[in-house]
Every structure is written in C-alpha cells, then in structure tokens.
Design a protein around this ligand. Structure first.
Ligand SMILES: [Zn+2]
Length: 264
C-alpha cells in the first residue's frame, strides 16, 4: 500500500475521438441496419481516463459510473431508439441530466456488439456456456450455430437447461422439443425469439436466447426443437465488458464492468 497517494500513477487518458475510432473500427457499425444510433450517443469530456461498461444506459448504471468517477460509459443498450417520441422529459431527462452534469461520454453499440465474432455478446455467451460456433444464420447473420467446445456427447433438454441455470445463475424457461439428444445448438442473445424459425431451418436441435413469446412454445413442440429462454439481460452481459476491457487496455486507461441486475 502506498503511503503517498500523490505518487499513484495517473493513466494518461484517451482522446474521445480516437476512442470512438477504435470502437468503430472494431465493431463496424456501418455493416448493420440497426434500431438506434451506434457510436458516441452523448458527448462528454474530451479526455477519458476511466471507462465503465454495462448492459443498459439506465439511471442506475449512470449513477454507479458517477460514483466511480468514470469519464465514459460503454453499453449495449443506449438511450436512443427508433420510434421514441424524442422528448427529453421524465426518465430521459433524469438520465441525460446526470450524464451532462458530470460530462460523461456515452458510447453505445447495439447489433454490432451482438455480432462481433470474438468479443460480441453471442461469441462471449458461447465462451461462458462452453460452445463454439461453426456457422451464423438469420437476419444480418446475428444467430450463431455450433456445439460443445469439448466435443461432449449429446445432452437432453433437461440437462441443457440445468447447464444454463448453473452458468448464468438464474432460472431458465424451457420448452422441450422432441429430440432427446441435443448436439447442434443455436443461440442469439437478448430478445431474439424471432430468430427461432431461422434456427430451426439452419438445423438446430435447441435454440437459446433471452426471451420467449407465446408462439415459440408451440413451434418448439411442433417442430421438435427445444427453446430455452435465459433472460435478455443475462445473455447480454458479456460483450460490453469484453470490448471495453480490450480497448481500455490498448489505451492504457482503466475499465470496470458494472452489472445492474435485471430479472428480465
Ligand atoms: Zn438487447
């Protein structure tokens, strides 16, 4: 422990525009048709020494970033989405007011963060769950299709659900298909229940995502492919810290992931 806090080395800091360039080069937002703007959503101070990553730019995350004196926040779900009415009132005012008052930059990458082949939500979820992707499927190639990285024998839907609950530390909604031995697994993080039919067409024996809606339960039973919903938040916790940590290291600045628990 240092007795003289003045001697603590201060990271030199990253230029905001350079940081944005590196995020953009890594995640290539121009390749995607998305529901909101990717990149710098709220401009803060020009030099960044500390960056916090999280899933969603919620008020709780912003306040946690203020507490640790972050200069920037990097998230998967930013503030602005197509279809919003655009007024800065209520919760939007509360969030923006805190960012602007503390001059905190907000970087947000949605689909580009899901899709990155190594650091993205899907790739990192695969790492957490012990899967390797062999192919991609579905709209904008966002779905991943693969199997067990350790080449283990096919598992039952119940065993798969238990595995997911253990690794993600939360309950899983499971609708079993007909196939008793699951080897070919498809996954897509977040609210990707709409990818189920594409997963079935791609030959998956089970599909893992964050959320389930009513029609998918019937499709699982009728098409024989298991559907396992593990939580939108729980499946999208891994991409933002992976990207932010790598870029922070590149610039020699500090990074911390802050998980704001979300049951959904
Ligand atoms: Zn999401």
């Amino acid at each position: 422990m240092s007795s003289n806090p003045v001697s603590e080395p201060q990271p030199a800091g990253a230029d905001r525009a350079q940081l944005l360039q590196v995020f953009d080069a890594l995640l290539q937002p121009e390749r995607f048709k998305d529901y909101g703007p990717n990149g710098l959503q709220v401009e803060g101070k020009p030099v960044i020494r500390k960056i916090v990553s999280g899933v969603t730019a919620s008020r709780a995350l912003i306040e946690a970033a203020i507490d640790v004196q972050a200069d920037a926040i990097f998230v998967h779900h930013g503030l602005f989405w197509r279809g919003q009415d655009g007024r800065v009132t209520g919760w939007m005012k509360q969030r923006l007011q805190r960012l602007l008052a503390h001059d905190i930059n907000l970087f947000a990458y949605h689909l580009p963060l899901d899709a990155h082949p190594v650091l993205g939500n899907n790739a990192q979820l695969g790492v957490q769950l012990g899967w390797v992707a062999q192919a991609q499927f579905g709209e904008q190639d966002l779905g991943f299709l693969g199997g067990w990285a350790d080449g283990r024998a096919p598992v039952s839907a119940q065993a798969l659900a238990r595995h997911l609950e253990n690794r993600l530390q939360r309950p899983v909604v499971s609708v079993e298909g007909l196939q008793s031995a699951i080897q070919k697994i498809a996954w897509c993080s977040g609210g990707a229940q709409g990818y189920f039919e594409a997963a079935i067409a791609a030959g998956a024996q089970a599909f893992i995502t964050g959320e389930i809606s009513e029609p998918q339960a019937h499709l699982a039973r009728e098409c024989g492919v298991s559907f396992l919903a593990c939580g939108h938040h729980a499946t999208e916790r891994y991409g933002a810290p992976a990207v932010a940590a790598q870029v922070a290291e590149q610039f020699g600045i500090s990074h911390a992931f802050i998980d704001i628990d979300n049951p959904a």
